[in-house]
Design a protein around this ligand. Sequence first.
Ligand SMILES: [Zn+2]
Ligand SMILES: [Zn+2]
Length: 150
Amino acid sequence: MVRKTHEFSHPLRAHGLRSTESARCLLTLLKNLEGPATAKMIHDRLEGRGCDLATVHRLLGRLERAGLVQGSHLKGKSRWYELAEEGRHYHHMICRRCGNIDRFGYCAIATLSEKVRQESGFGVESHSVELFGLCRRCGQKRHPGGDRTK
Ligand SMILES: [Zn+2]
Ligand SMILES: [Zn+2]
């Protein structure tokens, strides 16, 4: 359930965007999800708010360009979106068995980028790091005799 909110009016205007109800609802939804979602998932949640899928796509594109939303390619062909936070970004752990996506908010790439710049003169502007493997639950299923109690 997405409630009416004006929480995002200011950030929207500060980024030169119109503070429409659909934009505010979308940002509130992403905030409450605390994880990435595709345009389709967002559209399903916003159903009944006069926002068709094409509008959700357009809105997400605009919000991403404005830096209010972070978009990543995680799995499948869709782009995954989540609320961007000032001064931080997220990377993801994608379980190749159950498809669960978890995220972490620390990043070691800044140090690496600086090293690359010094050594090769390449100016890094952005990066993408996604980790693929087995989540804790799936990892334990694979080793049923494992350290379940720890
Ligand atoms: Zn899993
Ligand atoms: Zn990073």
